[in-house]
Design a protein around this ligand. Structure first.
Ligand code: AMP
Length: 222
């Protein structure tokens, strides 16, 4: 399986779709947000910096991201492909990622973007709940994405929590950052002819069907 990059605004469904792809195609799901949420638990200067930055909805410094990412990509489970969820987040990071890939002797693979209405994002962001044990994602504002038992993960019984940046105030900033910094990446990858744009307003199943078509070579990107 080739490497996959997901690009989408906050709460568009990147994490959910990454989990599904990871399960079906047996490749690891690397979420830079998840990596940073572990770092922010550390009682250190960098832990504190990451906590403050994530809470405000800004982007963590590029140099920190490169170190964390390159370390993760060197792990054995990345040799047969992986899913990047949350990286690259700006054109600078995309260029650096090209260099990292060269060093690893790997290729870019697929870039999949999820296109979604802003109004739907605000609804999803306030309703998102995440399992603290297995990372499964639910949404209490979307009937088909509710857990069977309140605050409990259907898959592992873990506790569901709300991320500290999943509120409307932080969302406004994250969305602006997405439009300004991450948006230009679409052009960057379109020019490389590896961008696949998918309607993210559809149900989880319908979006996943389209992603599977891309990965199995049945989806035209022109
Ligand atoms: P996510 O889980 O992808 O929504 O990321 C949560 C937060 O982590 C973002 O709002 C950023 O503050 C930070 N973050 C995640 N990935 C990156 C990245 N590639 N570069 C900079 N900051 C990031």
């Amino acid at each position: 399986m080739k490497n996959i990059i997901f690009i989408a605004p906050p709460a568009a469904g990147k994490g959910t779709q990454s989990n599904l792809v990871s399960e079906k195609y047996h490749i690891p799901h690397i979420s830079t947000g998840d990596i940073l949420r572990e770092v922010m638990k550390e009682d250190s200067e960098i832990g504190e910096y990451v906590l403050e930055t994530i809470s405000s909805g800004g982007l963590v410094k590029d140099d920190i991201m490169y170190t964390l990412l390159e370390k993760r990509l060197h792990e054995k489970d990345c040799q047969n492909g992986y899913i990047l969820d949350g990286f690259p987040r700006n054109v600078e990071q995309a260029k650096k990622y090209d260099e990292i890939l060269k060093r690893l002797g790997q290729e870019l693979g697929y870039v999949i973007s999820l296109e979604i209405d802003e109004k739907l994002l605000a609804k999803r962001i306030t309703g998102r709940r995440v399992c603290e044990d297995c990372g499964a994602i639910y949404n209490i504002n979307v009937p088909s994405e509710l857990p069977e038992i309140e605050s409990t993960c259907d898959l592992c019984g873990g506790n569901l929590y709300q991320r500290n940046d999943d509120n409307l105030e932080s969302f406004q900033n994250r969305y602006q950052v997405y439009l300004e910094k991450t948006g230009p990446l679409l052009e960057y990858y379109k020019n490389k002819h590896i961008l696949y744009q998918i309607d993210g307003n559809l149900s989880i199943e319908e979006v996943f069907k389209r992603i599977a078509m891309v990965l199995e070579g049945y989806y035209d990107n022109d």
